[in-house]
Design a protein around this ligand. Sequence first.
Ligand SMILES: [Mn+2]
Length: 346
Amino acid sequence: MTAPITLNNKVGLNGLGAGVWNLGPGNDPFGGPTREAIPMLDRLPMLAEAGMTYYEAHDVEITAEMAADAVKVAKKCGLKCAMYTPSFFAAPIFKDGGMTSNDAAVRKLALQNAIKAVDTTMQLGAKTMVFWNGREGFDFVLGKNGRDAFKRLVEGFNKVGAYAKEQYGSKIKFALEPKPNEPRANMYLANVGEVLYLISRLQPELQPLFGANPETAHSRIAGLDYLWDVELCLEAGKLFHIHLNAQDGQRYDQDLPFGYTEPLKDLALLVVLQDAKYAGPICFDVKAPRVDDPADITDVLTVSANNLVWLWERALAVDRAKIAEFRAANRLTALSGYLAQCLYGR
Ligand SMILES: [Mn+2]
């Protein structure tokens, strides 16, 4: 439907990105794939074709062993790696978490995987490694000692951070991605506030290496306002990465195209990012819907990218002085109307 667009380096200060997992075969918890799985490295040219400057991957998608080939393929299609992330959620051994598992041997394995992922992050040329909390959490109260689990997270991140600092100085930074639930009933690092608190408990010399990767859908699943989550990260100097998408309220994680559900809030978000001169890549964490045909699998990226570009231009045109006037006059309903005018008006 939407024609592929070329956006390299045109949006934000550094361009757009998306994950290789965004172009999956369409399986969900109730049914298997509806499309043939595309080999991971074949997805890189597809991301480039859909207008991305950056790709992202888990360590189970582009493994350490595949990294050298990934670098070659990415270079050929003009892509850079925005972030790399260890998967502590897919393998059965991590069924009750990695870093927070009650089993010391599992925690050790998680740490080994994380450290290996630091090396691969470097090899792929990414500046950021993301930790998503995945299975770190609990379904039954007292299944874990919560205070111990938190200390295990602190201990684990201290070790990973110390390794990265020792090997690579400040070249690799870590962005922790909060989510309140799914796949666990309750997840540790449920929101941006928990992530920032955890960082405050790390060894002081390692704290500058750690920040957050807030995701629209994850904030909305928690019933929180995504823009405030982003503003809090900015205020803390911890907006190290960003995952944009859309979400139909508090239900399963949908990873809908950016701009689909709350365009007015997305417009406001972009105003804030522009005013903060956010310099990182703007990355989508969206999921090609199960019903989409193989030929249209990148629609979720081109729709997200188009929405982003249109909203970015509208956000540039928002008169900041008018926002200040509405605030000073306590006309906040009118302020919302002004934003609507910027979005929909003639
Ligand atoms: Mn994400």
